[in-house]
Design a protein around this ligand. Structure first.
Ligand code: 5GP
Length: 204
């Protein structure tokens, strides 16, 4: 049975990456797609694990070759999702999360009818500013740029199916899990998973 596709989007500093990491660690058959980016690695980021780090020339070649399911420019860098890798994971029955920005999310929505789109919001602008500053990995200039972009990003929440507010980490994590579990119980998924059982149950 093919896996389901989920998109998780949030403004930078909302805590999306930590939530997704914990969600993957505690849920079976769920993976996050590793994106390609032209951004420089942050301290501690590993090539192939956090991102596939690449340069602009190679990224543009990839766009022209149709390698990306979606791609977008976020701040001054390119980000994109490998079409082949996502399709392979879905074909193998794994549910896949794309942790991408709103521009990419809307591109994928056009391509896949059955995609579950989740937007994570912070509890307030003040909290977002504090979280962005305390990360300590980016320069002040980058932080200011990201803050300015955050409001524009958050305005896009209306295009999504689900909204999770990340005030308390554990509560937000439970809500994300609930969305994944609910999707797994839908008619189409259950018919595919329990074809034989259901056939037997409803045969007179
Ligand atoms: P960061 O540089 O902080 O890791 O990510 C910046 C933004 O780019 C985040 O909103 C993140 O979700 C988004 N992003 C990461 N990977 C992709 C991708 O493959 N495609 C798109 N469209 N956005 C991405």
């Amino acid at each position: 049975m093919k896996g389901s596709l989920f998109i998780i989007t949030a403004a930078s500093g909302t805590g999306k990456t930590s939530l997704v990491k914990q969600l993957i660690a505690t849920t079976n058959d769920l993976a996050v797609s590793v994106s390609h980016t032209t951004r420089e690695p942050r301290p501690g980021e590993i090539h192939g694990q956090h991102y596939h780090f690449t340069d602009t020339a190679k990224f543009i070649e990839g766009i022209q070759a149709g390698e990306f399911l979606e791609h977008a420019q976020v701040f001054d860098n390119y980000y994109g999702t490998s079409r082949q890798s996502v399709n392979q994971q879905l074909e193998s029955g794994v549910d896949v999360i794309l942790e991408i920005d709103w521009q990419g999310a809307l591109q994928v929505k056009e391509l896949y009818e059955d995609v579950t789109m989740i937007f994570i919001l912070p509890p307030s602008q003040a909290t977002l500013r504090q979280r962005l500053s305390s990360r300590g990995q980016d320069s002040q200039e980058v932080i200011e740029k990201r803050l300015a972009g955050a409001v524009t990003e958050m305005q896009q929440y209306v295009h999504f199916d689900y909204v999770v507010i990340n005030d308390q980490f554990e509560a937000a994590l439970s809500e994300l899990k609930a969305i994944i579990v609910a999707k797994r119980q839908t008619l189409a998924r259950q018919q595919a998973r329990y074809a034989e059982v259901i056939k037997d149950l409803i045969t007179e």
